[in-house]
Design a protein around this ligand. Structure first.
Ligand code: 1GP
Length: 243
């Protein structure tokens, strides 16, 4: 079964899904094997691997270790064309629909086609909406776009609906990695009312209480990275919310 079918099947069954973000840039080469073994022992639905800016060129080694030590699907969360890699199972084919940067709406996609075909990985069309999380994140800076203001849920909802109408298969509301404030519950509830496709929420989630509120508000898939990496939240407590 392809990865999107798997996502959609669980979504149809109203089962909440957990994706753990692994940013290769935040680790050293020797970290990957033990990290993959450790994380791979938990009931995680997907690994999202990538980042807005990779300064160390360790994506390939990271994917290699996770592929070797886990059965959990590996989905690339790309910051650019160079992050297409055949060791992954799928790739979020992100269109930054909250922004007005044509390169991130279609330009990079055109450039990446030969690499995706060669790598034979599944592109999953995703409407990516950056939400203001209280500070400028790497994603905002690198994408050179304005995020949706946190107190404007209706902008996020219409943007998400437009993405769905354009044929996108997922909507991702992201406050950006390490955001000061996560996506507001009110915005999740509003977006959820407007769309019929799975909703991913991530960025700045630091407590299980916050995570639970996101799930209750309507998030179908939660992405968490920084709080796990920094030991602010325990993976044991996170996975419990998805059982
Ligand atoms: C970032 O949504 C992801 O794009 C995860 O964010 O690292 O803040 O958990 P965190």
């Amino acid at each position: 079964m392809d990865i999107y079918s798997r996502i959609h099947e669980k979504f149809s069954q109203k089962r909440k899904q957990l994706a753990v973000l692994v940013d290769p840039d935040k680790h050293n080469l020797s970290d990957f094997e033990p990290l993959a073994k450790k994380l791979g022992s938990y009931p995680i639905d997907y690994f999202l691997i990538g980042g807005s800016l990779l300064s160390k060129d360790l994506l390939d080694e990271c994917l290699e270790a996770f592929k070797k030590h886990t059965q959990i699907p590996l989905i690339i969360f790309p910051g650019g064309v160079l992050q297409v890699n055949e060791k992954a199972d799928a790739l979020l084919f992100l269109s930054l629909i909250s922004g007005r940067n044509p390169d991130l709406l279609i330009g990079k996609h055109v450039e990446s086609v030969p690499y995706i075909l060669k790598a034979q990985i599944e592109p999953i069309a995703t409407g990516y909406i950056l939400v203001d999380g209280g500070s400028i994140t790497t994603a905002q800076y690198i994408s050179n776009t304005l995020p949706v203001p946190a107190n404007k849920p209706e902008i996020a909802a219409l943007t998400a609906k437009a993405g769905e109408m354009l044929g996108m298969k997922l909507i991702y509301l992201d406050a950006g990695s390490g955001a000061l404030r996560s996506v507001p519950v009110e915005m999740i509830k509003t977006v959820k009312k407007w769309i019929d496709i799975p909703l991913i929420v991530g960025g700045g989630i630091k407590t299980t209480q916050d995570l639970r509120e996101k799930l209750e508000a309507g998030a179908d898939i939660i992405v968490i990275g920084t709080a796990l990496e920094e030991g602010i939240i325990r993976l044991e407590d996170v996975v419990e919310l998805f059982q």
